[in-house]
Design a protein around this ligand. Structure first.
Ligand code: HPA
Length: 257
């Protein structure tokens, strides 16, 4: 069972309004599922000596080791405002270098099947998130290439062929306009609700981010993964993300970053 960080440590190092972890409590790579219970599941099943470093609002964050290297996992919550807060704080206050979102997405492309693993090379959005940067055009939120190519290599080594392309990060799950499928005309693969904010924050911070999503439902066919299958496919995605964290640690050690 992961244990809570020492209260004395927390008192000495006040965190942010949303994160009570002391500085230095997070590893260089953080896996971010949307769901706090998934964060707990990853910590309990994949990390050694995992310690709960944040539990404000139940947004559980843990740091432990995976094959001897430090790795953290913390929930992002749902939607871009929530992902925006937590990833900003991880990059800026906790000196995190790599964030790998591990989530689910709904298929827009008919080429996708339930359980497929999609890597978001870029993220289209209907959100105003990037307006805060005051640019006189449209920012393209993209994944970090090193993280992406590392994750692709890791997946292939594990016998998994990921589908790589663009995601649509939506501000709404229940879309009154009913126009989500239009993004398919532009080759967009699947819809979720967090990757665009994550990629914007990584760009602003000069850090790395990648969204890996399991297809949990299809807007094309109306199919949905049964809960037990969600668990199994989630396991595969976590293994890809953890092995990517390990490879990134090796790459950064060799390049001295
Ligand atoms: N829409 C938005 N987010 C999602 C979906 C969806 O259909 N499926 C999984 N995450």
């Amino acid at each position: 069972m992961p244990e809570h960080i020492d209260d004395k440590v927390r008192l000495v190092n006040a965190g942010t309004p949303h994160n009570e972890a002391p500085k230095g409590a997070f590893a260089k790579t953080v896996l971010m599922p949307g769901d706090p219970l998934r964060s707990k599941f990853i910590a309990e099943n994949y990390l050694q000596d995992a310690k709960l470093v944040n539990n404000i609002r139940g947004v559980q964050g843990y740091t432990g080791t995976y094959k001897g290297i430090l790795v953290s996992v913390m929930a992002s919550g749902m939607g871009m405002p929530s992902m925006g807060i937590y990833s900003h704080e991880l990059f800026h206050y906790y000196d995190v270098d790599n964030i790998i979102r591990v989530g689910t997405a709904g298929a827009i492309s008919p080429k996708l099947k339930l359980r497929d693993l999609v890597f978001g090379m870029g993220s289209c959005t209907n959100s105003n998130y990037a307006q805060q940067y005051g640019l006189s055009g449209i920012l393209a939120p993209v994944a970090d290439f090193t993280l992406l190519e590392t994750a692709v290599a890791v997946a292939r080594k594990m016998g998994i062929e990921p589908v790589i392309g663009t995601l649509f990060s939506s501000d709404t799950f229940y879309n009154h306009a009913g126009d989500t499928m239009d993004w398919g005309k532009m080759g967009v693969l699947a819809t979720e609700m967090e990757s665009a904010a994550l990629y914007c924050n990584a760009a602003e911070a000069g850090k790395r981010a990648l969204a890996i999503c399991t297809i949990s439902d299809s807007l094309v066919t109306g199919e949905e993964l049964p809960p037990i299958d969600r668990q199994n496919t989630f396991t595969q995605m976590i293994e890809v993300a953890l092995e990517t964290a390990l490879s990134m640690w090796e790459i950064d050690r060799e390049t001295g970053i």
